[in-house]
Design a protein around this ligand. Structure first.
Ligand SMILES: [Zn+2]
Ligand SMILES: [Zn+2]
Length: 128
């Protein structure tokens, strides 16, 4: 896959999931550990695929459901509601109703990783 189609795929996935795409993100140790755990699970055949993914196609993985990999289209069905939607993937804190979890998309090479962070963790992960 050429870089331009990959970039397009990421942009599409970000748009479909209403997420913010960060190209120059430098993951923290926590996020690098999460991503390498997903990689190891995928290499060990422990990550189920949605069925649309062609070999070599970039997959979308959500930190809150790391046991499955999705195509960009299926990823739009991954959005959560209620308490699960307000749960921070980093500190596992459930935000108060109305409190916004910051959705993020991270380019992890062969996969896009989706995660939701509470305001505190969001500042730690993506300093602005
Ligand atoms: Zn799919
Ligand atoms: Zn948090």
């Amino acid at each position: 896959m050429t870089p331009s189609t990959l970039t397009q795929l990421f942009a599409d996935a970000a748009r479909q999931t209403g997420m913010q795409l960060s190209y120059d993100h430098e993951p923290t140790l926590w996020l690098r550990n999460e991503i390498s755990a997903i990689r190891q699970a995928a290499q060990g055949g422990r990550v189920e695929q949605c069925g649309h993914l062609a070999p070599g196609q970039a997959a979308v993985v959500a930190l809150w459901r790391p046991e499955r990999a999705w195509c960009a289209w299926c990823a739009s069905a991954l959005m959560l509601t209620g308490d699960a939607d307000r749960t921070c993937d980093r500190c596992q804190r459930v935000g108060a109703p109305g409190e916004l979890i910051h959705p993020c998309v991270v380019d992890a090479g062969a996969a896009l990783v989706l995660l939701g962070l509470c305001p505190g963790c969001s500042r730690a992960e993506v300093p602005r």
